[in-house]
Design a protein around this ligand. Structure first.
Ligand code: PRP
Ligand code: MN
Ligand code: MG
Length: 183
C-alpha cells in the first residue's frame, strides 16, 4: 500500500512475523480451554477487527463473534481516560466463556473498563488477548492480559487495525508513523 507506506518511518513488526505469532497465539488459546469449549470472541471496535479476523482462523474451537465499540482516543494520539461505550454486545454472555480481543493495551484504561463491565454480566469466564502491549505506558497496573502477542516500545504505532485519525488501519504490518504527521 504505497500510498500509506510513505508516511511510515520504520516497520517494527512485519507481516510474516505478525502472522506467525498469531498462529502461536491461536494454538495457546485453543489449548487453554477444555476441548470443544464454545468461545465468544469479543472484538473491541474498531482497532481489533483485523487481529480478530486473523486470530479467529487460528483457534481450533467453536467460536462465535460479538462486537463492542468503546472509544477513548478519538482523533488524538493520547488517551483521554474517558471511556465511552458506543455500541454494546448484541448477545448475553451469562454462563458463557468469553475472550476479549484487543489490538493494543496502552494505559490499560479501556481494557480495565471493559473487564469490569463484563464481569457484572456473570460470564463463565473472561480472558483477554491483545496483539500489542506498551508496558511503559501502563496506568492500570492491575490489568493482566492472558495472551499477549508482542511487547513494544512507547512509540506511536499504526497499521494492522491501529489508526491515526482513522487512517492506516489497512496496513498489513505494524509501523511507526513519521513524527511530522502528528506534531
Ligand atoms: C485504542 C486501542 C485500544 C485502546 C488502548 O482504541 O485500539 O482499544 O485505545 O488504549 P488504553 O490502553 O490507553 O486504553 P481507540 O480508543 O483509539 O479506538 P479505535 O480502536 O477505534 O481506534
Ligand atoms: Mn481500540
Ligand atoms: Mg484509535
Amino acid at each position: 500500500l504505497e500510498y500509506l507506506e510513505k508516511d511510515i518511518k520504520e516497520i517494527i513488526i512485519d507481516e510474516e512475523t505478525l502472522q506467525a505469532r498469531i498462529k502461536e497465539l491461536g494454538k495457546e488459546i485453543t489449548e487453554s480451554y477444555p476441548e470443544g469449549t464454545e468461545l465468544i470472541l469479543i472484538c473491541i471496535l474498531r482497532g481489533a477487527m483485523i487481529y480478530m479476523a486473523d486470530l479467529a482462523r487460528c483457534i481450533n474451537l467453536p467460536v462465535s463473534f460479538d462486537f463492542m465499540d468503546v472509544s477513548s482516543y478519538g482523533d488524538s494520539t493520547e488517551s483521554s481516560g474517558n471511556v465511552r461505550i458506543i455500541k454494546d454486545l448484541d448477545d448475553s454472555i451469562e454462563n458463557k466463556d468469553v475472550l476479549i480481543v484487543e489490538d493494543i493495551i496502552d494505559t490499560g484504561l479501556t481494557l480495565k473498563h471493559i473487564i469490569n463491565m463484563l464481569e457484572t454480566r456473570n460470564p463463565a469466564s473472561i480472558k483477554t488477548t491483545t496483539l500489542l502491549d506498551k508496558p511503559d505506558r501502563r496506568e492500570m497496573k492491575q490489568v493482566e492480559v492472558d495472551f499477549n502477542g508482542f511487547e513494544i516500545p512507547d512509540k506511536f504505532v499504526v497499521g494492522y487495525g491501529l489508526d491515526f485519525a482513522e487512517k492506516y488501519r489497512n496496513l498489513p504490518f505494524i509501523g511507526v508513523l513519521k513524527e511530522s504527521l502528528y506534531s
